[in-house]
Design a binder for this molecule. Sequence first.
Ligand SMILES: Nc1ncnc2c1ncn2[C@@H]1O[C@H](COP(=O)(O)OP(=O)(O)OP(=O)(O)O)[C@@H](O)[C@H]1O
Ligand SMILES: [Mg+2]
Length: 267
Amino acid sequence: MTKMTKILFRAKNEEKKNKAGEENSEQSVNPNPVIALRDVWKTYRTGAVQLTALRGISVQIFRGEFTAIMGPSGSGKSTMMNILGCLDQMDSGSYFLNDTDISNLSQNQLAFIRNQEIGFVFQSFNLLTKITLQENVELPLVYAGLGRRERAKRAAEALEAVGLLSWARHRPNEVSGGQIQRAAIARAIVMRPALLMADEPTGNLDSRTSLDIMEVFSQLNKNGSTIVLITHEKDIASFANRIVRVEDGEIVFDSFGRDAPGPGKNH
Ligand SMILES: Nc1ncnc2c1ncn2[C@@H]1O[C@H](COP(=O)(O)OP(=O)(O)OP(=O)(O)O)[C@@H](O)[C@H]1O
Ligand SMILES: [Mg+2]
């Protein structure tokens, strides 16, 4: 646990330094990247079959960016996201998250980082159906060991941020698909993660509801969250301020620098 505390301490310190840097500067100066992937390779082996899903992916993502990852089905987007989210390991390459080298961490340390640093919204990640939206949103706080009162307070804040406070006591089967997805976002942000990741968060939803969901992501981004979101849809990607396109396991386009993003830009 001591090593973990050190890792987090470093990450938090970095965050403070970055914040201080921004306050001292009109423009958002380039702090160290939140995400730094370098030459990442990943091959899946199923029996005799080998499939190389990532072929030397390198990308840096900075604090306050809202990045959309696009690309055809099977191009490696979810594989890349699973590595970014510390859910899967790469074969070679390096990954620094908030200046912490992720490649040498144990499963326990990775689980800790996931809980503390990253919020996920997955299309297939359903809420638990037997408990209320609020209880679903509180789950990461339970894992983090927070007390009941603090959990209720933070869950209420997160539900309010996605416009669901009045639905807190309903169960998932009593609300719409869009509301479930918003609750999944609330659960992802309840730990106030530095980084929010979403894999096709609007994939199942009609276009009106998708736009509502994207408004929620936009607002979170305006409030300082760094967001990485996978989508097939141009309309959805247009909410982002950076587009990264993946094809056959490689980044073939990156709009970085064309429309310099940064927190505070839209305020
Ligand atoms: N667990 C796995 N075992 C074996 N092969 C896999 C596994 N996961 C993904 N693949 C393969 O790796 C490649 C990239 O898959 P990935 O899920 O990253 O694509 P994607 O870009 O997210 O596609 P989609 O848009 O359809 O979600 C695909 O060819 C896929 O079949
Ligand atoms: Mg995918």
